[in-house]
Design a protein around this ligand. Sequence first.
Ligand SMILES: [Zn+2]
Length: 298
Amino acid sequence: MGHYSLCPLCDSLKIGLHIQTNDFFLSAEPFSLFRCLNCGFVFTQDHPDERTIGSYYASEEYLSHNDSAKGFSSTLYKISREFMLKRKRRLVERETGLKRGKLLDTGSGTGHFLNQMKQAGWEVNGIEINKKAREYAASSFGLDVISPDKISSLSSKSFDCITLWHVLEHFEDPFRYFSEISRLLTDGGVCITALPNSNSFDAEHYNKFWAAYDVPRHIWHFSPFTFQLFAQKAGFKIRSIKSLPLDVFYISILSEKYMGTWLYFITGIITGKWFWFLSLFKKEKSSSLIYILKKKEN
Ligand SMILES: [Zn+2]
């Protein structure tokens, strides 16, 4: 079990209960979110470790949005996925200044993003813990995806861009992972990390029902301030921060569902739209944020 008596980010002793919540997605088990009084970092206290976390992932659910699925929500999902894939590709091209290069996607899932990049002429590699997802990526798109324990087999300074779309919050040891990312990235390379924002309007509004707490699968609940501290400690600097526009709708719908709201889909869309509107004026309060990182010069 992952238990912390010090703040995992700043080593302060001043940590205490922040929010009592539940695994609303699968097990219904209660979990405690702790907060550091010194730096404000929020984390899931006493989370399952690598040996037991597997049972908290419904792997079938993760692959349920495959291309043969039909129905309204599946169609909506595919449309938004296509929109986001193009957006992510343009972001990579803009931030690296490259039309073609070498990209590593960690937590690559079923490989749709890697395939989008491959089609655009990029040389791509993936890392994914879920075996079924790796097999899907290989058979559907012919992608080379390895499991995380093979990360040391990748050559140093070989990637122009490394992406982590909503994965860092799942890693038991994010510092160790970022030291590998630092090793794999070229000196001028760009790391793109997308994370839920525990300081967002929707997180404040939904509190224990906020779907992006997603305990115990999410261990770390970063805000722009605490992620800045993390990046610094890991040897990176944040070049810029962008928002992810669709996440607030998805998270609001799911949070309304967890609250037991009747017509949660409609309510979630309306509430999500309001938070989306507010975040136009305060980007740092967006539901999810994308951090563009560069290695600190030695
Ligand atoms: Zn702290």
